[in-house]
Design a protein around this ligand. Structure first.
Ligand SMILES: Cc1cc2nc3c(=O)[nH]c(=O)nc-3n(C[C@H](O)[C@H](O)[C@H](O)COP(=O)(O)OP(=O)(O)OC[C@H]3O[C@@H](n4cnc5c(N)ncnc54)[C@H](O)[C@@H]3O)c2cc1C
Ligand code: FES
Length: 321
C-alpha cells in the first residue's frame, strides 16, 4: 500500500511498510476458529516461526490492527502467501472472520522475534488453544528436508474440547508425535496439557493441587493410535540430552512448561501474548515485566523469549499449569 489518505474502506496508513493484502481463502473450522490465507509481498517469505503480523479488517472499526502469529508461509512466484489460524475472541477477530475471498486487509510484518533455530536432537512443542498457530510453521521448518539436523518432535497440544483441536492429522502426517489433552476429556488425556507433559516426562515440579491424584496419562490410553508404552522412568529422561522446549499458550501454561524445562535443565522458549496497538515498539502498549523487575516490549523483544527472561531461573511450582 503506498502513501495516501485513510478512508472507511482502507486501513489507516500510519505504519510504514503496511500493505493491503488480498484474501485468497477463508475456511471456517470448528470451535470458533478460521484459517485465512493472504497474498502478501515477497518480503513476508523471510518470516521465521514465532513471528507475527498486525492485521486489520477494512472499514472504520476496529480501529486497531490485531496481532496474529504466522501459521504458515511460502513463496509463490514473485510474491508470498501466509496462513493465519485465528480463534474468534472479540470484535477484531470476528470482523476478520466475516471477510471473504477477494476482500482485502491491512497488514504489516513479519514482526518480532521468533523461535531460535538452535540445533537440538529433540524438540518438545507445547501448545494451548490458539497457541497451536505458530507450532505448525515451526514443525514444518524443523522438518525441512534440507536440514541435516532434523530433530524428533513431540507436540503436547491442549484445548478445552476436541472441537477446538486442529491440524492433529497434519502434524502426524509430517512425523510429529502428538499428545493430546482436553479439559473435558473429549479426546486424549483429561486435564491440562501441562499435567500430561509432566506425566509423560516423569517430572514432578509441584505438589498435586487436589487430593485426588491426576490419572497417569498412560492409564487413559490417549496416545492413539499406537499401543501405549509404559512411561519413561525419570532416570532415562535425565540421561538423554534434554530437549529444547517451545511453548505458546496462556501465561499459566507457559509458567508450568518453564518449570518442567527448568527441572530438566533444558532451554525453554515461550511465546508471550499481550495487547498490542502498533506491533513495532512505538506505542509502548505491550510492556511486560521481566523476572528481574525490568520492562520488555513483547512486540519488539518478543513475542518469543527465553523463559528465564520472564520467569527467572528457578522452578516456582504450586501455581497455574
Ligand atoms: C504475538 C501474538 C500472536 C497472536 N497470534 C494469534 C493467533 O495466531 N491466532 C489467534 O487466534 N490469536 C492470536 N493472538 C491473540 C489475538 O491477537 C487476540 O485474540 C485478538 O487481539 C483479540 O482481539 P479481538 O478484537 O477479537 O478481541 P477483544 O474484544 O479485543 O478481546 C477479546 C478477549 O480476548 C482478550 N485478549 C485480547 N487480546 C489479547 C491478547 N493479545 N492476549 C491475550 N488476551 C487477549 C481480551 O481481554 C478479551 O477477554 C495473538 C496475540 C499476540 C500478542
Ligand atoms: S505494540 Fe506498540 S510498542 Fe509493542
Amino acid at each position: 500500500m503506498g502513501k495516501g489518505r485513510a478512508s472507511p474502506d482502507r486501513p489507516a496508513e500510519t505504519v510504514r511498510g503496511a500493505s493491503a493484502a488480498g484474501i485468497s481463502l477463508v475456511r471456517h473450522l470448528s470451535g470458533g476458529y478460521f484459517l485465512m490465507t493472504l497474498d502478501v509481498p515477497v518480503s513476508f517469505s523471510a518470516a521465521v516461526p514465532g513471528q507475527f503480523v498486525m492485521v486489520r479488517p477494512p472499514g472504520r472499526y476496529p480501529l486497531l490492527a490485531r496481532p496474529i502469529s504466522i501459521h504458515d508461509c511460502r513463496r509463490v512466484g514473485r510474491a508470498a502467501r501466509i496462513d493465519l489460524l485465528v480463534r474468534e475472541a472479540g470484535e477484531g477477530t470476528r470482523a476478520l472472520g466475516a471477510l471473504r475471498r477477494g476482500d482485502r486487509v491491512g497488514i504489516w510484518g513479519p514482526l518480532g522475534k521468533g523461535f531460535s533455530d538452535a540445533a537440538a536432537k529433540r524438540r518438545v512443542l507445547v501448545a494451548g488453544g490458539r497457541g497451536i498457530a505458530p507450532m505448525w510453521f515451526l514443525a514444518r521448518r524443523l522438518f525441512d528436508a534440507a536440514r541435516a539436523d532434523r530433530p524428533a518432535i513431540d507436540l503436547f497440544y491442549g484445548a478445552r474440547s476436541s472441537d477446538e483441536l486442529h491440524y492433529v492429522d497434519e502434524f502426524r502426517a509430517i512425523g510429529v508425535k502428538v499428545h493430546i489433552a482436553t479439559d473435558d476429556g473429549s479426546r486424549g488425556y483429561k486435564g491440562m496439557v501441562t499435567g500430561l507433559l509432566r506425566d509423560k516426562l516423569g517430572v514432578k515440579t509441584r505438589p498435586p493441587r487436589h487430593k485426588k491424584k491426576e490419572p497417569a496419562a498412560t492409564q487413559l490410553g490417549m496416545f492413539d493410535p499406537a499401543p501405549v508404552p509404559p512411561p519413561a522412568p525419570a532416570a532415562t529422561v535425565e540421561k538423554a540430552p534434554p530437549p529444547v522446549f517451545c511453548a505458546c499458550g496462556p501465561m499459566p501454561m507457559l509458567r508450568a512448561v518453564h518449570d518442567v524445562a527448568a527441572a530438566l535443565g533444558a532451554i525453554c522458549e515461550v511465546s508471550l501474548e499481550s495487547r498490542m496497538a502498533c506491533g513495532i515498539g512505538v506505542c509502548l502498549g505491550c510492556a511486560h515485566e521481566t523476572a528481574e523487575g525490568g520492562l520488555m516490549h513483547v512486540c519488539k523483544d518478543g513475542p518469543v523469549v527465553d523463559s528465564r527472561v520472564v520467569f527467572g531461573s528457578g522452578v516456582q511450582g504450586g501455581t497455574g499449569g
